[in-house]
Design a protein around this ligand. Structure first.
Ligand SMILES: [Zn+2]
Length: 388
């Protein structure tokens, strides 16, 4: 047994506990949570830390298999150029790819990340994930613009999914990489427990493609030799065009939402579906030089989750740094709210909330100490230390 105490315990579910004590067994499962001075603590050795004790983070969006691409793409080029750089430069020796995946897994663990929603196109990350102390949900991406290839693409994704089960599902990659036929076929073939995670409105070029069939994506298709015939001008933003083709009962994580308007959010809310909005602020700043209008999502507070995206569009995989980027931009969101986005909300989105995401008896959430917090304000100098 370990008894860990901190000046402030922030359990995420429930109130703050000053000098609270968390008792854990050898597996890291929480056995009990005590107030200061509880008689159960008489005679036991308590480890005390100055700082704020929180559960491990949930990184709701990553592509660990792109970890070898750190520093390879140029910043601020916009999404279509970024995508063509990733597609043309992702080749690397198997050895380097696997080494960098292992490094990224270790980096995330040390950065206090307990669970990850991770997108893949290959089985490269299988072995690292099997051995990892992190719990992964793997999303195998399906993409394709050619009608005749739809079934093949879905079958191939299912084959990759097999290696990552039980925590895995297949998902359309993005509205600009999937035809209407693909979305419609996908909807017919997946069960309701298949969680979806779709890159959404990461660039305004995506909205231009769906509204007017114009903009940077047409150049991208031409450059990559892809056929754009399946897109027709819809006079509405992408989300309003493709959402009706996705399976209505499945949980859906919409990732990025950098160019999602209030009208779009209203459209999604009116569907009454199980939708989460994932914010990846540092990747947005890296690729588009712009953040989503975060305050517009506040009415869906319980539905906001945080991701790092990959090392192709970020300099680190660190949820604390993502929260600092948000706090620096929108000071009116308090730390405890941000903490929910980065822990329990992500756990719920990935279906892992019975195991982690909060400091509660019976869970194994990992424990992270935040040092240098000023009255629960997330200033730039705050650092973290994984304790469990
Ligand atoms: Zn992504």
């Amino acid at each position: 047994m370990r008894y860990i105490s901190a000046s402030t315990v922030a359990p995420v579910v429930g109130s703050l506990i000053r000098n609270g004590v968390v008792a854990l067994d050898d597996t890291g499962t929480i056995i009990a949570i005590y107030e200061e001075g509880d008689p159960h603590l008489d005679g036991v050795e308590v480890e005390f830390y100055a700082g704020v004790l929180i559960p491990g983070f949930v990184n709701a969006h990553c592509h660990i298999e792109l970890s070898h691409m750190l520093g390879k793409t140029k910043r601020n080029m916009g999404l279509p150029v970024f995508l063509s750089e990733v597609m043309t430069m992702r080749e690397e020796s198997q050895e380097v790819i696997l080494d960098k995946i292992a490094e990224a897994d270790h980096m995330m663990y040390e950065n206090g990340i307990q669970a990850v929603g991770d997108h893949v196109n290959t089985d490269h990350s299988v072995q690292v994930k099997k051995k990892s102390k992190i719990i992964y949900h793997t999303f195998v991406e399906v993409m394709g613009l050619v009608k005749e290839e739809v079934q093949n693409r879905i079958d191939r994704a299912r084959d990759i999914e097999f290696f990552f089960e039980p925590n895995a599902s297949i998902t359309p990659h993005a509205p600009y990489s999937c035809s209407k036929e693909l979305f419609k076929t996908f909807r017919k073939v997946v069960g309701t427990d298949n969680i979806l995670s779709i890159h959404n409105q990461e660039s305004d070029e995506e909205n231009k493609l769906f509204r007017y069939k114009s903009g940077g994506f047409l150049k991208f298709y031409e450059k990559m030799g892809m056929n754009a015939d399946s897109f027709k001008a819809q006079a509405r933003n992408s989300i309003q065009s493709y959402l009706p083709y996705t399976p209505v009962s499945n949980r859906l994580i919409l990732v990025h939402n950098t160019f999602t308007s209030l009208k779009d959010i209203d459209f999604v809310q009116r569907q009454g579906r199980d939708v989460y909005y994932c914010l990846c602020p540092k990747a947005n700043l890296y690729i588009e030089g712009k953040l989503p209008k975060i305050l517009n999502f506040i009415p869906s507070n319980d539905r906001i989750v945080i991701g790092t995206d990959s090392l192709a569009s970020n300099d680190t995989l660190n949820i604390l740094e993502e929260l600092k980027a948000i706090a620096a931009e929108v000071s009116q969101i308090d730390f405890l709210q941000l903490l929910k986005w980065a822990t329990i909300n992500g756990a719920k989105a990935l279906g892992l909330d019975a195991q982690l995401g909060s400091i509660e008896v019976g869970k194994r959430p990992g424990l992270v100490l935040l040092e240098g917090m000023e009255d629960l304000h997330l200033v730039d100098s705050v650092t973290l230390r994984r304790l469990v």
